[in-house]
Design a protein around this ligand. Sequence first.
Ligand SMILES: Nc1ncnc2c1ncn2[C@@H]1O[C@H](COP(=O)(O)OP(=O)(O)O)[C@@H](O)[C@H]1O
Ligand SMILES: [Mg+2]
Length: 1011
Amino acid sequence: MAGSVHEGPEFGVGDFVLLNDITLDAFMNNLKLRYDKNKIYSFIGEVVVSVNPYKTMDIYNQSYVDQYRGREIYERPPHIFALADSAYKTMKRKSRDTCIVISGESGSGKTEASKIIMRYIAAVTNVGGRKEVERVKEVLIKSNIILEAFGNAKTNRNDNSSRFGKYMDINFDFKGDPIGGHINNYLLEKSRVVHQQHGERNFHAFYQLLSGATDPKLAEMKLARSTDKYHFVCQGGDSKCSTINDQSDYRNVMNAMKTMGFAFKHAETLWKVVAAVILLGNIEYEAQDDVHDLAMVKDRKLMSDIAGLIDVTNDDLAKALTHRVIAAGGNVVDKGLTVSEAYYARDAFAKAIYDRMFTWIVKRINEAIDPKTAGVEFVGKNTVIGVLDIYGFEIFDNNSFEQFCINYCNEKLQQLFIELVLKQEQEEYMREGIAWQHVDYFNNKVICDLVEQPHKGILAILDEACLSVGKVTDEMFLTAMSQKLSKNDRYTCRSLNPSDKTLEHKRDFRIKHYAGDVTYSVNSFIDKNKDTLFQDFKRLLYNSNDELIKMMWPEGKVSITETTRRPQTAGTSFKNSIISLVDRLATKEPHYVRCIKPNEIKSPCQFDDTRCKHQVMYLGLLENVRVRRAGFAFRAQYERFLARYKMITKYTWPNFHGSAYDGVKAIISHMRFDDDVEYGKSKIFIRSPQTLFALEEERDKFIPGIILFLQKNWRGGNARRKAKKMRAIYFIMSRFRRYKMRSYIKQIVEKFRNVRKMRDYGKSIKWPTPPKVLSGWVGELQKAHNRWRANMILQKVPQDERPALQLKCSAHSMLRGQRSEWGMRRKWEGNYLATTKDNASTIDFVTKMTSLKSHDGFNKVLFSSYCKKVNKHNQCADRAIVITDRGIYKLDPKKKYKPMRSIIPLQQVTGLTVSPDVDQLIVFKLTDGNDLVICLNSPSHEERVGEVVGIMARIWETVIHSQLQFTVSKQPTCNLGNKSRQLAIKSTAANGGPVFKKDGQVLALFWPSAT
Ligand SMILES: Nc1ncnc2c1ncn2[C@@H]1O[C@H](COP(=O)(O)OP(=O)(O)O)[C@@H](O)[C@H]1O
Ligand SMILES: [Mg+2]
């Protein structure tokens, strides 16, 4: 369970829940064993226990990130990545805000843990690589560098101890990418600015400036490169620290400020304030005179240097450092400070100015990471992961107001842990009626009450002391506590327990914290709680010429005579901020990292048993294991459980008709998990995470199918909708077309109603313009009408005239109007030489043709006529031409129509050329290079060229089945004796017939024009 299976038995158990016996010794042995084997992380269920390794561990690289990304917490060996991923997954899957509470004492590794978590989140998000998101991540990580420079310090327990509490919300968009964040800071330990214990340092920023700034820069800041010279940075002794490189840190801070968009001017001011504070520490006073002990600044030059840094006048600064202006009864009185008062004022000033600067830095960082101003769009839901890294429990030799606040804060967080992890869990089992053996744990609520209760609590008593008129000392506050808290067994002091010599009279009180007893010294509790800064300083800084400093101190604007409300005391305002923090955490799904510090000497190999045992005890880890072990890893309302896992069985999918309880039971028994669950009143409880894991796995198997099913349905529905629409469109279109057609036809019917009776059968009727869709169809209709009309006309033509009409049609379409006269109106007789009108000796002709018919095998004489013929020698002769359905004959009429040569088969004819005029020239183009060039010559001088054209066209149409090459030309050409010859038609006198003659280069047909 919980990762142990991945590690092997030599590493003990990864999850303390798996210990055989749950005793403190067994717990400690396991923890030590794992620590010795470099296993710094362990689980208690989903709580991560982390032991500070004090050495660099190579367990945070990309391959580790890949191992933990998207995994369930119990799938991999214990690691803080598993917790970070769990928080991230919860946030993303359930859209719930989550938080990670990191607790443990100072130096136990909280801040490191928070940084590791942030880096993990940065590594697993923004897979799309969006630029804005990358920027947000960079800014979130860089903000740490600045915060640590100004808010962390070397303490005896931790070289890089956070001296402020930090709670950071990271905002995520609906895709789970970080889009910004917000930091809340709590109680900077500002007393450190003016005082450090031995072995400790002031905040890092001071040393960074002194060792990182260039020489000219230091000179500008009136500083020398030395820490020993300055009181505020040298009280702890040697300021060198082996684990810190102030010089490079200074550069990193400058770079980070640049990345975060800090104005250069503002960064300068921040360092000047640091410099001013350093110099303030060296301000010394002397009495003006012996009588009044009124303070006067010793070193005017030093003072004017400081004035220059914070950009105020010398006089104003001198005044503020040595005087107080008091408004009394409408009068403003100037009161000089005594030397000790002046020192007090100086320190208060230094602390306030640094504290205010830190607050401003946090505010500025928040502006830079604010999701609204970060330029990342808010879309849909967005959720946050909160990371709390707050000061751990502290016990020093001398514990003051700060430790009191810090320890109170830890009590509150422990209380939250108890509430969420121990108490609520057990209460829920009771509520749900689950059989349960109660686990005892120490509830620290009594300690929280001791501190925070109204009227009776320590903070209330302290406030009361601060508010009362007249001089109240810390001692009086201690007395008041002794009276009011005498019955509280968590509180003690010398007067309540006179025999305890460890408590100093009139100075100490002790609280029995959950983590141990802490003795506090009341010295300066009153002052620190009042946290007064004289108005004079506020006005001084408000009047600075430096815009940033002025901006930090807006309340300096208030005039001295205006009475202002007494500000909240430091204790109360801290208490309020912690209460609101706890409330805020309580609304989120919590994840815990419990940090343990293995030794006091920052050693990577020492496991201090006593110290560790102590921490394990006060952190309540053992109780945590007990509750966890007795408890259940997972619970869910029946309805929610059913909704999530109902796809697992077919009884429950897609809808279960019984009660949610029965549905859940069906799923559990289907998976055979009955032994690992309990049924509560409204919830199911699952004992081991594996069961949940198995359920999740099973569910994952079905999800793709469900997605496909949903997609299929959605696509199908979509397509059906579309198809329906299309069908409707086509229906409407066809109806519309039909309507258009019908109304058009109606129109036509109307127009053509009487065509049968019209002379032209409706040829003259103008067709109405059809609608576009009908244009093709109307063309057909018109053709049909034309055919009908032709039919009507042809009906009147007698049957025997029809072939001639057909020939005329052929001739007409061949000539296409290119010849003016083509004998259309004449009756075409064809075989003219068989008529006596043309031929006196028809018998000879007919006899000849009959014999040729049987010889050549043609069917019919289609045309015969006398003609003039010319040959290649330009000789002109009278001939007869006969066209049959097989070929053409040239006959000599003078020799009883003897053929001049054998038949010219139609296949040899390649074309026909005629002239556009009245002459009767015809050129039969032949394949053998000798064209047949004739001029028809009838006794009646009839036009017969048209008839020949018609006959030839018809033959080509019906016998040859192709289009005749036909030309009409005024200057036709021909081939004679394989030579191309130009023909010309010339007119001649009316007497005599037509004749061919050579005329220069051309072969001319002389045509009797008047005939
Ligand atoms: N996971 C870790 N790996 C390596 N060193 C660590 C780790 N956690 C803590 N440390 C060391 O311990 C020191 C103190 O840790 P830090 O997180 O500052 O403590 P805290 O914030 O609890 O006071 C760090 O400066 C670092 O040197
Ligand atoms: Mg810290």
